[in-house]
Write a protein that binds this ligand. Structure first.
Ligand code: ADP
Length: 201
């Protein structure tokens, strides 16, 4: 009984279910993934059947973490979510909208912190619509505790010896520490700050 092949009706039902599943692509640089990013991923999982977190390989900005590191850190961060198993992390290159089409994503999710983000996302959404009208952009407002948070801020605070452990997932804090940034496990000052003190002495 158990090995009986699925009837054509149940095959059609599963095909129907698959075709009606909404896949969302949440793209970004994630250098590294911080709590604001993770919150958008968590809320996307509550809205869509499948969420692909797309890590862009070569953005036109200076990066702290390599592509492989950014992918691994995003994976580790998503694993901490109760629904994380439904999210996939994948690296991609080229046009985001072309990647969305390639993976069958109907929706691209973006996070909005402020009016600067809004202006940028509006321009991007209109460009993407012109390139691929069938892929829609859904913007989620950043939740209050994450309004001020950006990858740049995390990197800068960590580089100056600030404690970013409350702003990023555990794996990202550890990865920053491994690069000698942020608060090390053994004391209040970072290697960077210690080095500056040593230079002064
Ligand atoms: P950033 O360096 O600004 O964090 P990313 O390219 O990694 O930039 O961001 C990916 C997506 O996450 C973008 O849609 C961005 O607007 C969104 N995002 C960035 N920071 C936050 C935050 N603090 N809260 C919510 N969404 C955010």
């Amino acid at each position: 009984m158990r090995n009986r092949p699925p009837s054509s009706v149940s095959r059609q039902v599963s095909l129907f279910t698959l075709q009606n599943m909404i896949t969302a692509l949440y793209p970004g640089t994630f250098d590294p993934m911080h709590n604001g990013h993770l919150d958008i991923a968590r809320r996307s999982l509550a809205l869509f059947d499948r969420v692909i977190v797309g890590v862009y390989d070569l953005p036109a900005k200076k990066l702290l973490f390599t592509f492989d590191e950014r992918v691994a850190l995003a994976r580790a961060a998503l694993d901490t979510l109760p629904d994380g198993a439904r999210a996939e992390v994948r690296g991609y290159s080229g046009l985001t909208v072309a990647y969305a089409q390639q993976i069958g994503a109907k929706v691209i999710v973006r996070g909005l912190r402020n009016s600067v983000d809004f202006d940028f996302e509006l321009q991007m959404a209109q460009t993407n619509h012109w390139l691929a009208g069938e892929v829609d952009i859904v913007c989620l407002f950043a939740n209050a505790p994450h309004h001020f948070l950006s990858g740049t801020l995390v990197r800068e605070v960590a580089a100056l010896g600030g404690d970013v452990s409350g702003l990023v997932p555990v794996a990202c804090a550890a990865a920053l520490r491994a690069k000698g940034l942020g608060i090390p496990v053994d004391g209040p000052a970072t290697a960077h700050v210690k080095k500056r003190h040593e230079m002064k002495e």
